[in-house]
Design a protein around this ligand. Sequence first.
Ligand code: AGP
Length: 589
Amino acid sequence: MCGIRGYIGDEDAPPLLYNGLKRMEYRGYDSAGIATISDAKMLVKKDTGKVTEINNKLDFLSMRGNIGIAHTRWATHGGVTRENAHPHASCGLEVAVIHNGIIENYRSLMENLMAEGHHFNSQTDSEIIAHLLEKHYKAYEDEKQAVLKTASDLKGSFAFLAIFTANPNMIIGARKDAPLVIGVGKQGNFLASDILAFIDYTDKVLFLDNREIAIVKGRDMQVYTFEGKPVEKEVTQVAWEAKDTSKEAFAHYTTKEIHEQPQTLKAALYQDPNKVQEFCSAIERAKHIHITACGTSYHVGLILRNLLARLAKIRSDATLSSEFSHDAELIERDCLVIAISQSGETADLLFAVSEAKKRGGEVLSILNAVGASLDRESKLSLYINCGPEIGVAATKSFTGQLILVYLLIFTLLNDTRRLADLRDIWKAVEEVLKMEDKVVEVAKKYKECNDFYFVGRSLHLPIALEGALKLKELAYNHAEGMAGGELKHGTLALIEEGTPVVVLNPEDETYQEMLSNASEMKARGAKIIGVSNRPHEIYDDFIQIPTVDELLYPLVEVVPLQMLAYHTAVLRQRDPDYPRNLAKSVTVK
Ligand code: AGP
């Protein structure tokens, strides 16, 4: 998904914007650019490639001006070309704009504008915004009106920033179904898709709500609704710091975040007991519970569903957010929707939440990014407090979400013993991190295998799904997570000599059945990689995990799978922090 950021203030904009571009690289991109205004002239530099490569070619830092906008593009409309990179400018360079989102009605708008004499340089939907602003600015001779009219013309999702050569003292931002936050700095103000773009300069943040615009000047700003009504906003101090975003001694953010988990598991448990109790009460009184999320967060949702049924005898559905609206008829007036997300900006999830709210559903969320769109749409949010997760692959956020699920369930049941175990589970994770050398050995043995299977039962099935996803998205090995009981229903046909199978098999009620599965596969030539608290001769490779309360194994057994994916990626010369074709926050449907 694209990353947008802007600055206006006393300082030179290019160095701040360039740093912001690099900070946002994890959001995924294929081209980047900066526009500034200096001596009443618009300067635009942009190209395809990594931010540092483009800078080596175009020298962003030679640009001048105390106002500017910068963009990293993840192509949705139009190929990866210099012309399609942002910023986009109007015909006479009076306006420059950057955009994140998808404009659904851009073709009809473009036809009208071309009929009025506008010429387009790109194949993107985003460029339409620059020409609409140009047209409406000429008509109203007022930037705010031009932005409000443009916002009302657009259908789809957008967060855009615009600067005007006629008025180089302000940046205007507008957002609808895409993230946009404002950083309030000492020497100037920032606008961005994500706090990380300006975390080096300020932790004071103002969150825009949907269908709002902000007129940001060097010293102050004003927010309006799309209808032009002024809105008072509070400035929040976020708990993230610049140091959270450095790799420190680690080779990649991904491995740093895997190793942060003992600390982030502790941080996730720092919760306001009243909020936890309120969340539990909502679960208890709900007539029906829909759990919805995407990707890794969905795997957390599956465990929540399993634990609600097994321990609290509460029935719920866990539905992928992209599928949720197809079940919309199931959403009862007073249902409870539990949304789980790291970014709180996943478009599929936000759409599902809005569909549920339209039908009278109550939304509670478990998420990492305070102030994100999901947070603002939720009646109550529990924050996992794991700090910024830069690696595209979710690791610490997964275990952060998961430990909150356990906290809710054990609080609901008033299970003080297990609550105490939960508070100590970080020690078991610290233990299992010491198995890293063993995991590297396994990664070396099987790194070129292109069909991995991750097999588990009950609570281990979502972890099998998660392990497969990690390996796919980090190392690009094809992998399948599946239920042990399903092998005989087809997949066993694929098991052949040398097929690597990760068997999640700590000693609990699934232990014996999983050993049977392992022997069925081994008899057909599979290489069995056992993840368990107990060794067994059936395993060709064995990754020891500590013995913990059997309900808590998912929190521990996922860590070797994260490490396996990471090290396989490194051995295969992949870039673990920026996997191809993927972005950290999928802000388009
Ligand atoms: C996980 O490793 C992936 N990066 C992806 O599946 C992610 O979990 C999914 O896009 C949901 O993101 P969210 O938690 O921010 O909503």
